[in-house]
Design a protein. Structure first.
Length: 403
């Protein structure tokens, strides 16, 4: 039975929040310094995006295998191994002599990050009582956000003054200290029961979810939303590094503080889903994002900040609703449905960068508006199809005779 012991629950919450902070700090640390890395390696904006995309792709393809493996060997060994592999893998980057080798190591880092990301919530579910789990999840999600922001700001500031290698050394040191702290804090599991899941069973679940359009469209919306949300930030960073702004990475990285608007919207998404249609909420979030992209086309710094706030508010709002929708609508194998959503989410983030940065490279912000608008149009189309299904299901229920 999940524990209601307050001291043990606090240790679990602090340990996994710290682990989450480390994971997302490392995942996003390069995003703010992509323009400087593009200059350092003398490569295009589209090519340098591989440093970010390789990590998210490595993470996305590894989430489900790590989760399945943890069903056999336990959650804590995977969590601890992941947190020590992160600084070890990052340390290897210091010895990379080419861009291609750096991309390869960043891909391996994504695999290490996935071990924690794919298992941590399962540990919380199994070890905490329902009230304590709800509270812990709130802190866990906040740690995700703060880790992402901190990684970007830290990367930008240190890179500007000491170079990108110093950024890696700092992250390796912080990650190693954090891993040791989690190792000492995280209790052994009391409620884990080993179970084996065959690949055939897993593949059957994946096919089942893909064939259910109500669930799959929600996953596609999540992927498109993240493709737009995270990569519009990448394009803005490149834009701020060029004329007429010419901002260095220590200043441009501060624009990622606009992510905090997403903390507000994600907390409101639960209230929205209880009182209104989640699908219409996804469309509303997309509308905020689209307005933000158009607002950020201004040459005014204040308008760009306003645009990023709208993009963040809408992106987190849509993500929260789409993730919950997929888990609620999946009629069976809900765990694999949630993991498959995250696969779509991170693959979207990887591929979206190449689309939007290509648009930026070829046609500047006008091209980004055209490419982004097409992606938003596809998001709205999928959401509208889900809305029609939602209405159809509601009408079917109303039409059933009372017995």
């Amino acid at each position: 039975m999940p524990s209601d012991d307050s001291h043990r629950s606090l240790r679990i919450t602090i340990a996994l929040c710290l682990g989450s902070f480390i994971v997302f700090c490392n995942l996003y640390s390069v995003q703010a310094i992509l323009p400087q890395l593009s200059f350092h390696f003398e490569i295009s904006e589209t090519k340098v995006n591989w440093l970010f995309a390789a990590t998210t792709l490595g993470l996305s393809v590894s989430l489900v295998p790590w989760a399945v493996y943890s069903d056999k060997c336990g959650r804590k060994p995977i969590i601890i191994s992941s947190l020590f592999l992160i600084p070890a893998t990052s340390f290897v980057m210091l010895f990379c002599t080419s861009f291609e080798s750096l991309v390869l190591v960043r891909g391996l880092l994504g695999i290490a990050l996935a071990a924690f990301a794919g298992v941590a919530v399962a540990y919380l579910v199994e070890e905490l009582s329902s009230p304590r789990f709800a509270s812990a999840m709130g802190f866990y999600i906040a740690a995700n956000s703060l880790g992402g922001i901190s990684g970007r700001v830290l990367g930008g500031v240190i890179n500007q003054h000491l170079g990108w290698q110093a950024t890696i050394i700092t992250l390796v040191s912080l990650s190693l200290v954090g891993a040791i702290a989690v190792y000492l804090l995280l209790p052994n599991q009391h409620n884990f029961k080993a179970q084996g899941i065959s690949l055939q069973h897993l593949n059957r679940g994946v096919r089942y979810h893909i064939n259910d359009n109500t669930v799959w469209f929600g996953m596609l919306i999540g992927g498109l939303n993240f493709a737009l949300f995270v990569n519009l930030y990448s394009v803005v960073v490149f834009r701020l590094a060029h004329a007429p702004f010419n901002l260095d990475s220590s200043i441009s990285s501060l624009f990622f503080l606009c992510y905090l608007a997403g903390t507000l919207s994600s907390s409101y998404s639960g209230y929205w889903s209880k009182h209104r249609s989640p699908v219409l909420g996804m469309m509303l979030g997309g509308t905020f994002g689209l307005l933000g992209m158009l607002t950020a086309s201004s040459s005014s710094i204040l308008m760009i900040v306003a645009g990023l706030l709208l993009i963040s508010f809408g992106g987190f709002f849509t993500h929260s609703l789409a993730y919950a929708w997929v888990n609620q609508q999946a009629k069976q194998q809900k765990t694999s449905a949630g993991a498959l959503y995250l696969v779509h989410y991170y693959v979207g983030g990887s591929l979206g960068g190449f689309v939007l940065l290509f648009c930026w490279q070829q046609y500047h912000w006008q091209g980004v508006i055209i490419g982004g608008s097409c992606m938003y149009a596809l998001l709205f189309t999928l959401a509208w199809k889900l809305h029609l299904r939602e209405n159809s299901q509601a009408n079917t229920k109303l039409a059933k005779p009372l017995t």
